[in-house]
Each structure stands twice: as C-alpha cells, then as structure tokens.
Ligand binder design. Structure first.
Ligand code: PLP
Length: 407
C-alpha cells in the first residue's frame, strides 16, 4: 500500500520526523495511554459503562451540576443549529468568573485541543516537558515534528522539579516548556513565586511556558491566570472536565496575553465547542453551591482516603494538592498491573502509572470519589494485600525450606 507521505516528500517539505512511530490515538493496543476508558472496560466485563467504578480518571464524582443538566435538557430544540462560532456566551461567562477581560480567553474542545494547537501556533523545534506528565504534551509536539526532552521531577524531591537543575537545563534554549500545576499524576503543586521564577527564566531564553492548570480549580487561589493575561510568554491551560465533571462534553480554554489569544483564533477550527458544552459551561460557572460543595467535599474526603491508605501496609500515598492520589506499592513481587487486574474483576478501574516517564510499575493513581465508592476501593485494597502478602510469604517460606540442605 502506498504510504501517505513518501520519504522524499517529507525531505522536500523539510519534515524530519517519522509520524508512523507515534502511537495512534484510540489504537487497540494502546490500553494504558489514559485513565477513564470505561467503554472498553465495560465491554470486556459485559457491563454497562455506568456500572464501572472509575478511579482512573480524576473527575469530580458529583457529576455535572444539576443546574447545567436542566439547561441541557431545555436546549434540546437548539441542536439542529450550529453552535455559536466563537462560543461567545461561555467565553463571556469565564471572563466574569475569573474576573479577567474576554480578550485574554479562548475556548476550545477540551484543553486537549489547545495542547495540539500550541505546536501549530508556535512551531517549536525543541521542547522540554517536566515529567511525569500527561502524555498528550509529548504526542502533540512530536506529531508536529518537534524534538522533545524530559526534565524529571524525582521522587527524592517529593516529585517537585529541582529548580537549579531546571534552570541549567533551560540554558539549552528550548522553544517551549510544558509543566502542569498541580502536576498529574503526582499532584505536586508549585507556588506562584516558583512559577513566576520559571516564567522569568523562560523569558530570558525566549522560551514559552505552558502551565497546565486543569486540576487547579480545587485550589483556585493558586492559579497564575492574572499573570498569564499580561505576560507575553505564558500560557495557562484550563478545563471544565475535572472540577465541573464535563469530560464528555469537552470544554477547555486558555488564559494568555491578548496577542497570544489572537494567534490562536487563526488556528482554531470553527464550532469546536458544541451547543450543549456552551450552555452547560455557563450554568456550571453560575452554580456557586456546586462549586463550594465540591471544594468542601474534597478536603474532607481526601483526608479520609489518605488516613485509610496509611493503615494498609505496603502502600505509600504521596501528599496531594489535587483530587487524586499517587500511590506506591512497597511489596516486592506486586506491580500496579496486578492490583489493576484484581480490581477490574470487581468492576473497579484504577490508573496503572507504569507508562508515565519517571515512574515505574509499582505506582498507581486513584481519584477521590464519594465515600461509599472510596470505602469499596479501600476494602478491596486491604483484602488484596492481606491475600498477596500471605501468598508471597508462603512461597518465600517454601523457597527457604527448599534451600535447606537435605539429609
Ligand atoms: C494534566 C492534564 N491536562 C489536560 C488534560 C486534558 O483534559 P481535557 O482535554 O478534558 O480538558 C488532562 C486529562 O486527563 C490532564 O490530565
């Protein structure tokens, strides 16, 4: 079969990369790319998608705001029309919610749309990602032909980037730096001063800094959105997926300098935000009760889960500034995959973090959900470790006995 791009064509167009090496999205063998694939799991288990308890995607378990849901139902009659081209209604509402001018915001089909537009707008040749991180940064950069390096936030530094090392790395003049705050899957949160320091260093080297804040709504006061609106090298990525539980509707946005926003308007496809997302987004931002309840719930529920995890031997949960926890298995012979498989049989999905750069097979991530579901998960984890440690002890005792010289 003829390849879409011949090598000679690629050379002529000065395309350096081989896109065939990039794993296609939605590929059948690509199981561990993201959390949240309840569709595939439900099919495998012979259940309905809604019957899977999903701890693998870190989404507010309250579900979409009741106000937003009612507005969606009322707007069914509008679905035969195109959505508002620039999604002005939600852009206006976001501006008022964040107390920022509209000219500093652009909305799109989830923040992922912007992760893919960023390389188109800035045409970077060399990028740096602070990892472990969301895999789409690398993929979006690589499909656009950009060379990508990683700067690892090591476990020994609490999964925070070591700043002197990072600043030294930035001397290598990257076109763009991606980091997430709070980071995913570690949930490490850098304070505003540190982000500003990084932004300044980036500025000195002509590097654009992308700060992915899709998990910051739970700690909104930590956002650097106001600074992003006035600096010319800072892009803040935001989303309504996580806090507002709108993953299926796809609504994300960027906060940046008006000139940067203006460049994005040239690259954005029309109607990328659908009517239901616009309507639900507006209502969600007005639902103060939902917003306050969500923040309060997370504080209480996260402590509950952390406390219970502390009592499960062989598990270490890292401190968390987001609505999920990164957990390490401290028992030799047990991998995250084993726990994932065990829980899947019970219809529970967790995120094996083995595919994240900088983590290993002994890390997994769980979202904080509602009490009933959290209890189910914690009970099952307790049972898993009771059974596994007994089995492992038995087999090592047998091995020891085998090693004792006979006669
Ligand atoms: C750190 C991070 N950024 C961005 C996204 C994309 O979110 P969305 O496209 O739904 O806004 C995700 C999704 O999991 C994520 O974890």
């Amino acid at each position: 079969m003829r390849h879409l791009f011949k090598k000679e064509d690629m050379k002529k167009r000065n395309i350096q990369w081989d896109w065939r090496k990039i794993v296609p999205y939605g590929c059948v063998n690509n199981n561990s790319r993201h959390g949240g694939d309840i569709w595939r799991i439900a099919k495998e288990l012979g259940r309905q998608p809604g019957e899977v308890i999903d701890f693998s995607a870190s989404i507010n378990p309250f579900g979409i705001s009741v106000r937003a849901l009612a507005a969606i139902k009322d707007s069914a009659g509008l679905l035969g029309h195109y959505p508002e081209p620039g999604a002005e209604a939600i852009r206006r509402e976001l501006a008022s919610y964040h107390n920022l001018p509209e000219k500093n915001i652009i909305v799109g089909n989830g923040s992922t749309e912007f992760i893919y537009l960023i390389p188109q707008v800035f045409r970077p040749e060399k990028a740096l990602i602070i990892e472990p991180a969301f895999s789409e940064y690398r993929r979006a950069l690589e499909v656009s032909g950009c060379k990508v390096d990683s700067y690892i936030s090591a476990e020994s530094n609490g999964f925070y980037p070591e700043l002197d090392g990072l600043f030294a790395e930035l001397e290598r003049d990257y076109d763009i730096l991606f980091l997430a705050n709070p980071a995913n899957p570690t949930s490490a949160l850098l304070d505003k001063d540190t982000i500003m320091d990084i932004a300044r260093r980036c500025h000195e080297h002509g590097t654009i800094l992308v700060v992915d804040e899709v998990f910051i709504d739970f700690v909104e006061e930590e956002s650097i959105k106001e600074v992003a609106a006035i600096r010319d090298n800072l892009i803040v990525l935001r989303s309504m997926t996580k806090f507002f539980s709108m993953a299926g509707l796809r609504l994300g946005y960027i906060v940046a300098h008006k000139e940067i926003i203006s460049s994005f308007t040239h690259f954005s496809p029309p109607w990328s935000v659908n009517t239901l997302a616009i309507i639900a987004g507006v209502e969600s931002l007005r639902d103060m009760d939902y917003i306050q309840r969500s923040k309060k719930w997370l504080r209480a529920e996260k402590s509950f889960v952390q406390e219970r995890l502390e009592h499960i031997p062989y598990l270490k949960a890292y401190p968390s500034e987001a609505n999920f926890l990164l957990v390490r298995i401290m028992l030799d012979g047990i991998k995250a995959r084993d726990i994932q498989e065990y829980l899947l049989k019970e219809g529970i999905l967790i995120r094996d973090c083995g595919s994240f750069t900088g983590l290993g097979e002994d890390f997994f991530r769980i979202a904080i959900r509602e009490r009933v579901e959290n209890k189910i998960l914690l009970d099952k984890l307790e049972r898993f470790f009771k059974e596994s440690s007994r089995l492992l002890l038995d087999s090592s005792a047998t091995r020891l006995l085998d090693e004792i010289p006979q006669g």
